[in-house]
Design a protein around this ligand. Structure first.
Ligand code: SAH
Ligand code: SF4
Ligand code: F3S
Length: 469
């Protein structure tokens, strides 16, 4: 059986000692050591980058958004679609000029792209200014890698192919002071036929409930208000633990922690979303009334070739059960358009799911073949223009639904987390409804980071508008 590598506390301790050694080196540099961490992809990558920053801080680095100023550049990449990869290759390519001007700057590439052998090979051959390539399984030994680079100055490639590791105690520098990510598990066992994640993130492995609860407890004590539990498929949490525990059980225990905070989670897989989970959501007062439940396609034949292991009817029944328990539930989903072999009629089934469920928001993607996945070998003959036309119909339908759903908020007053300053001068702040819809708000910036009553005064298809009470 494939085994998770559990990284012992002693090994993390050793990494922290290496951080101190590196801090001794960076302290002697003529300029303040600065790092630039650039993150692509999903929240899991955001969470990983917060740990990379945690280690960098212990190594004496401050942070900059400028590649020119940085002495170390870390690019944390995503492999989910070709477009994501092309952006990374473009940006990494452009760093050759930075390296020419500042030969001492270390350039590191990590994350999901790095874990793919053909990408590592391409970087090795064609992007010679990249000093370090490492995959998600070895993030925990980042300090060791940086130390080796600073002292030996030869390129390094660390992308071991393993079922995955789990490490506790890595320091973290969070990007926000009110909202926090907490990974509860890593990897994925589902092997949806289009998806690269199981290949680059390894098998499902759950953190121990004690470790998760300790992290959330501390976040709540530090004043965090919005905590998102993360995993590729949180509904299968705990199956691999010595003392098995399900996700609903974990959610309840997180809910019982003291403090005034909201709990969110993502992503849920429909096949594993149970009635017990919905009941737990309904009774736990801290759990936000929102569910992101990707359905990908509305046609059963396509769902089968996607290896999703649920039917359209099963999906719709789960949504009905959830709506009965939590009438104001906010629903969001992911959809893939143009999966290999999807016909015009099969695509219509996807539109029908939208009409029936009436999601609050939808994340829509045109299918992108990922080398090494089964779908990449399937016959894919629908012309790109036709896929694009379907994609446009899908987004137009969803836009109309989102607009109607948003309009229904006008006149309501909701307790919302004030989560940012507005980048648009007509509004002072941004806020999130309990269901995570964006509101642009007029009001005093001193409310930042707090739960406040917001009166919704207007809406369009993208967001809500309101004022602080
Ligand atoms: N674990 C999550 C999502 C991971 S990726 C889940 O199972 O829902 C986020 C979304 O990207 C997926 O839900 C899917 O809609 C989309 N996606 C994944 N692989 C894709 C591909 N090859 N082409 C287009 N979209 C893809
Ligand atoms: Fe990819 Fe499917 Fe796993 Fe989600 S559940 S990460 S779509 S393989
Ligand atoms: Fe991308 Fe990896 Fe997340 S492929 S979507 S960053 S798990």
């Amino acid at each position: 059986m494939e085994r998770t590598t559990v990284i012992s506390p002693a090994e993390i301790e050793k990494q922290l000692n290496i951080c101190q050694t590196v801090a001794g080196l960076t302290a002697q540099w003529p300029q303040r050591p600065l790092a630039f961490v650039d993150t692509y992809g999903c929240q899991q990558n955001e969470a990983d980058s917060e740990r990379i920053r945690g280690y960098l801080e212990k190594m004496g680095f401050g942070f900059t958004g400028s590649e020119e100023e940085a002495r170390i550049i870390v690019i944390n990449t995503c492999a989910i679609r070709e477009h994501a990869e092309q952006r990374v290759f473009g940006n990494v390519g452009a760093l050759v000029h930075v390296k020419r001007r500042h030969p001492d700057t270390l350039i590191c590439l990590c994350g999901c792209m790095a874990q793919q052998p053909q990408v590592a090979q391409k970087i090795r051959e064609s992007y010679r200014h990249v000093d370090l390539v490492f995959g998600p399984h070895v993030l925990w030994k980042f300090p060791e890698m940086v130390h080796a680079l600073l002292t030996r100055r030869s390129r390094m490639f660390l992308t071991p192919d393993e079922p995955g590791s789990i490490a506790e105690g890595i320091p973290v520098v969070r990007q926000d002071s009110a909202k926090a990510w907490v990974s509860i598990m890593y990897g994925c066992n589902n092997f949806c036929s289009y998806c690269i994640v199981p290949y680059v993130r390894g098998r499902e492995r759950s953190r121990k409930p004690e470790d998760i609860l300790a992290e959330v407890r501390q976040l709540a004590e530090e004043g965090y208000k919005d905590i998102t539990l993360l995993g590729q498929n949180v509904n299968s949490y705990g199956r691999d633990l010595d003392e098995p525990m399900d996700f609903a059980g974990l959610l309840e225990r997180v809910n019982n922690l003291p403090g005034d905070f909201l709990i969110r989670f993502m992503t849920s897989h429909p096949k594993d979303a149970t009635r017990k989970l919905f009941e737990t959501m309904a009774k736990c007062e801290k759990v936000a009334p929102v569910l992101h439940l990707p359905f990908q396609a509305g046609n059963d034949r396509i769902l089968k070739v996607m290896n999703r292991r649920h039917t359209r009817t099963e999906y719709l029944e789960k949504i009905r059960a959830l709506k009965a328990l939590i009438p104001d539930i906010v629903l969001t989903s992911d959809v893939i358009v143009g999966f290999p072999g999807e016909t015009a009629e099969e695509f219509e089934d996807t539109l029908r799911v939208l009409e029936e469920v009436r999601f609050d928001a939808l994340f829509t993607f045109i299918y992108s073949p990922r080398p090494g996945t089964p779908a990449a070998e399937m016959d894919d003959s629908m012309p790109r223009e036709e896929k694009l036309a379907n994609f446009n119909r899908l987004t137009a339908l969803q836009d109309a639904i989102s607009e109607e759903k948003h309009a229904a908020y006008v006149g309501k007053t909701l307790r919302c987390l004030i989560d940012g300053l507005s980048d648009d001068s007509r509004w002072d702040l941004t806020a999130r409804t309990p269901g995570n819809r964006l509101i642009r708000v007029v009001g005093n910036p001193s409310a930042l980071g707090q739960f406040r009553d917001v009166k919704i005064t207007g809406a369009n298809k993208w967001s809500l508008f309101g004022e602080l009470i």
